[in-house]
Design a protein. Structure first.
Length: 171
């Protein structure tokens, strides 16, 4: 078509989208947004549990170091009914909302029976741990509230060495 200007050339296609094409595109976009929103909620819950577990682990480590440096015993008290942790390093108990703190027996991960109001881990001046939750085979478990599919974090305290390990699976 030599000699024709751009305005005079025959057009072999259509401009724009049909209504059906637009509706299909919007439907695909909504499906992708719904998938992303579900993944975002799961990621947010997992991050909340992991950050609570890491904070409790750092508190246990700080209290152990405090006992080693001062040469006197120091304790951390867990109230599993109220999801609180009390440490000598601060005054008021720290409440962890959105997670469920539980005491667990490390061997076989059998749960401690409900009704235990408080559980104390005491670090000796040597760094060793003792107390009802620190007998080398016990752990504090940080679980998501109502999120059975999300991982829990097991904070295992070795009673002999006082070392705290964080695990995402129950061995």
């Amino acid at each position: 078509m030599k000699g024709l200007s751009n305005n005079e050339r025959p057009f072999f296609g259509q401009h724009g989208f049909t209504l059906i094409e637009m509706m299909v595109t919007i439907a695909i976009g909504l499906i992708l947004m719904a998938i992303a929103a579900g993944a975002w909620g799961s990621l947010r819950e997992k991050t909340r549990v992991k950050s609570a577990a890491e904070e409790i682990r750092s508190v246990l480590t700080a209290v152990r170091l405090h006992a080693l440096s001062t040469g006197s015993d120091a304790s951390v008290t867990f109230d599993f009914n109220a999801n609180t942790v009390t440490s000598p390093l601060w005054g008021a108990p720290r409440t962890y909302s959105g997670v469920n703190l539980q005491a667990y027996t490390y061997t076989g991960c059998a749960g401690v029976p409900p009704g235990i109001p408080n559980n104390t881990m005491t670090f000796r001046s040597t760094g060793a741990a003792s107390g009802s939750a620190a007998a080398g085979q016990n752990a504090v478990v940080v679980r998501p509230n109502g999120g059975a599919l999300l991982p829990a974090y097991y904070l295992v305290l070795n009673g002999v060495t006082g070392r705290i390990r964080a695990r995402e699976t129950c061995p």
